[in-house]
Write a protein that binds this ligand. Structure first.
Ligand code: HEM
Length: 150
């Protein structure tokens, strides 16, 4: 099994990066949709709500959830590959903390999506704009961790 992981190391890493790109695309786009959604409702223009709800549901279910799962699966396979992660370095710990925070952010967005779907959103467009900065900061930590390997 470990031999197989070593043999397919680069293929698994490529699949990991492709999954990461799809996950990040959604994680940046969904809060943006929520900014416009919250502002439309606040401005007394709820006509487009059904469209926003459909876009938010499809983005989360069809792209973000599968992409998050495959990022985790391929990432954990990389962790299990002999010689890839040395836990006495700092970078795997920094990356693990940032990846857990990214997963929490995904869950936070999923909970907000449910509120929008049920007409229970209480947050303003400004809040979603500010929350949009969270994945940017986490992405910086993750990419520096895996590339610079401090
Ligand atoms: C979800 C849990 C994750 C796990 C368990 C994980 C684990 C790993 C591991 C072990 C590597 C191999 C490092 C190497 O070959 O030296 C790797 C590579 C990589 N990961 Fe992750 N990762 C996860 C999520 C993420 C996320 C969320 C991002 C970006 C937002 C990301 C970006 C990358 C990149 C760009 C590489 C390639 C680095 C290189 O080839 O130098 N990973 N990941």
């Amino acid at each position: 099994m470990l031999d197989l992981l070593s043999e397919y190391y680069l293929v698994i890493k490529a699949l990991h990066v492709v999954s990461v790109i799809a996950w990040m695309a959604g994680i940046f786009y969904l809060p943006r949709l929520m900014v416009y959604h919250a502002e439309q409702v606040a401005n007394g223009l709820p006509q487009a709500e059904d469209l926003f709800r459909t876009m938010e549901r499809r983005l989360l279910r069809a792209i973000m959830n599968p992409a998050m799962i495959s990022t985790w699966v391929f990432g954990l396979l990389l962790v299990l590959t002999p010689g890839v992660v040395d836990w006495s370095d700092a970078w795997p710990w920094a990356k693990a903390a940032a990846v857990l925070a990214m997963t929490w952010f995904h869950m936070w967005l999923a909970a907000r999506r449910r509120e929008f779907a049920e007409g229970r959103n209480t947050r303003t467009g400004r809040t979603y704009r500010m929350m949009n900065e969270v994945p940017t900061l986490l992405l910086l930590v993750i990419v520096f961790a895996v590339i610079v390997k401090f």
